[in-house]
Design a protein around this ligand. Structure first.
Ligand code: 13P
Length: 639
């Protein structure tokens, strides 16, 4: 991930006033004056020191976060002793310490920042707080962005009146806006300064998590806010404070953190770092999350953040083959990549999904820009996950290795394969950047002639739940958040009460097994079916019944310390799945976040629009976007 910083290199010179007062001039009212003529002899001052600031601060922070950054056109070098520059800085600022109080002497205008054209394709171009663009540099940046359409633009807006910078705003992927005390607050909405600044920001940026407000007292983004109390005795100047905050948030944005965690990490950096020695990601994460488990909890929380869901794009080779076959789409490696690419390149996807579950093959495929899909999604701040089970095996064909004595199962019942070599696979996936996993166990409700429940049997429930617990523990040991998915398959003649009874029984056994295996629930997510009558039953359950029954089962059988609950769609139509999700939400509040993790209900309309022909990509993306919008709207049904 490469970042090109556009900004000025400043030098902050710290001066201590000599206590020998004969250098001060006293006026007729007995006030002492110091003639600050910096070219004059230096004997007024002692303990002089200097620090590089401005764009250098962004460079230092981003580099410490493990990212590759350079300042455009500079010959600045970072070493263990801090940054050094060949030649003079663009601008000098003076900080005078008198009686322990800092006084700032800053130029009334900064030197214009020139953008030196480059042929190198950077992933991000960051116009930082110190930049002073003129028409020529802004248009060179525009030209660069036109010839490098994959480069994302990030802008720090310090001065809302720079019209050259403002012309770049609509192309920005993230904007930092400096909040002045009287502007931008709802307490003073008519403030000309405030309205002028936010009015410049297009509403799609303002309404998403792409506008971050920065002030001395807080960092905020939409309704998320992180208070600050920055101790500036350490000679952090205003500008450096803001630069550390914005560069940390930018780094976290690139690394795929949620905006909530990015603000927390920025605050930790500000409150604990010194100028030109900011903290590394590990140190920051340790500050906000003390143990490895806490890191897992952080990821788990980020996966179920309101108001977004998780896309399940993890159909196995067999499932995707069936789907393609129905539409006579050739099941080739390229078509499978192109199909997944449609979803991942849907504009603004990160506003609707926190994470995406991939299939192993997809995790090794590449986006159009040459990045592998895992890095591509991470850069979009979407957490990539992976399906790690290896499908279903009938009890009649074989028993799981540790259960060769199992009895009382129905021969058609299944158990889920994949525990062999799982730890090694999980470690490899972690190295690839995958941060969560999914494992599906399937249970069918079969009825006898009298309509009584025959399956799932206690044996099948117990074995599958123990396997799920073993998988979940292995995930957590490998730094991966487990999604446990015990699915009651939406097929058969059972009624909604039988669905509720079966789902409840499975959940009781599942949480019992997770507890026995010491799986950490705050770092674990449940993926579950909605409670509803089987597809073959003539009388379908209504959305109101489904909402009420599902909410009741979950509230009674899911422990409150679980990270979250997500729903599969199970073969309902996309509209049914959305309507039913909305009804479930209406029956909240719940002790954990609740959201969607659909595969078919999110993707099927796009598959039909695509038909295997990339000329239909735009139509397919629109069909997908329609489902994303409908489902994220459903999440606010009880608001
Ligand atoms: P559906 O939403 O199509 O049921 O798929 C969800 C899933 O991930 C099943 O494992």
């Amino acid at each position: 991930m490469s970042i090109l910083i556009v900004g000025n290199i400043l030098k902050d010179v710290y001066l201590n006033l000599d206590s020998r007062t004969e250098h001060l001039e006293t006026d007729s009212r007995n006030t002492n004056w110091l003639d600050l003529s910096f070219n004059a002899s230096e004997h007024h001052f002692y303990n002089r020191s200097s620090n590089l600031g401005g764009a250098t601060v962004s460079l230092e922070v981003l580099t410490k976060l493990g990212l590759e950054a350079t300042i455009n056109g500079s010959n600045l070098h970072l070493s263990a002793d801090g940054p050094t520059i060949n030649g003079p800085a663009e601008t000098y600022r003076y900080i005078l310490l008198a009686d322990g109080q800092p006084c700032y002497f800053v130029p009334t205008s900064y030197k214009t920042t020139h953008f030196t054209p480059t042929n190198e394709p950077y992933d991000y171009l960051y116009i930082d707080r110190s930049a002073e663009l003129d028409q020529a540099s802004a248009s060179r940046i525009s030209d660069y962005l036109s010839s490098n359409p994959n480069t994302k633009l990030i802008i720090y807006l310090r001065n809302p009146n720079n019209r050259y910078l403002n012309s770049l705003i609509p192309s920005a992927d993230l904007i930092f806006l400096e909040e002045t005390s009287k502007s931008l607050t709802t307490a003073n909405p008519t403030s000309p300064e405030g309205t002028a600044s936010t009015d410049l920001i297009p509403s799609d940026i303002k309404d998403s998590h792409k506008l971050v407000l920065i002030s001395e007292h807080r960092l905020s983004c939409q309704n998320i806010s992180e208070p600050l109390s920055v101790d500036r005795i350490d000679m952090l100047t205003h500008l450096s404070t803001y630069s550390i905050a914005s560069a940390t948030i930018l780094g976290c944005f690139i690394l795929g953190f949620s905006i909530e965690d990015s603000l927390r990490l920025a605050r930790a950096n500000l409150e604990n770092s010194k100028l030109n020695s900011s903290l590394g990601l590990d140190q920051l994460q340790t500050l906000i999350a003390n143990t490895a488990t806490d890191n897992l909890e952080l990821i788990a929380r980020n996966l179920v953040l309101y108001p977004k869901g998780i896309l399940a794009a993890d159909e196995s080779g067999g499932s995707i083959h069936k789907k393609f076959d129905q539409l006579q789409i050739p099941d080739t490696y390229k078509n499978r990549r192109d199909y997944r690419n449609i979803f991942f390149t849907t504009p603004n996807l990160e506003s609707y999904v926190n994470g995406i579950i991939l299939f192993d093959e997809t995790a090794h495929q590449f986006a159009d820009n040459g990045q592998n899909f895992v890095d591509y999604l991470t850069a979009k701040r979407i957490i990539p996950g992976i399906k790690v089970d290896q499908g279903l095996e009938k009890f009649s064909d074989s028993l799981p290795p540790q259960y060769d004595q199992a009895q009382d199962y129905h021969p058609e019942e299944t158990w889920t394969k994949g525990l062999d070599g799982l730890s090694t696979r999980l470690q490899d996936y972690y190295q690839m950047g995958l941060r969560f996993a999914k494992w599906r166990a399937a249970f069918e409700i079969r009825l006898d002639d009298q309509g009584n429940i025959l399956t799932p049997t206690d044996t099948a429930i117990k074995i599958n739940c123990q396997i799920l617990a073993e998988y979940a523990l292995k995930c957590q040991e490998s730094g991966i958040v487990p999604i446990v998915e015990p699915e009651v398959v939406y097929d058969g003649y059972y009624n909604i009460e039988q669905s509720a009874a079966t789902t409840s029984k499975i959940l009781d056994q599942l949480f019992d097994s997770l507890k026995q295996s010491k799986v950490s629930l705050p770092a674990c997510i449940l993926k579950v079916n909605m409670v509803l009558a089987g597809k073959k039953l003539e009388t379908r359950s209504t959305s109101a019944e489904i909402g009420q029954a599902t909410a009741a089962v979950l509230k009674a059988h899911v422990p409150t310390d679980l990270a979250g609950v997500v729903f599969l769609s199970g073969g309902q139509t996309p509209e049914q799945a959305t309507d039913n999700l909305a009804e479930i939400i209406k029956n909240g509040p719940f002790p954990w976040p609740v959201t969607f993790s659909f595969a078919r209900a999110l993707q099927d309309p796009a598959l039909y629009a695509w038909q295997g022909d990339n000329h239909n990509n735009e139509k397919a993306r629109q069909a997908f976007l329609d489902r994303l919008i409908a489902n994220t709207n459903a999440l606010s049904s009880n608001k």
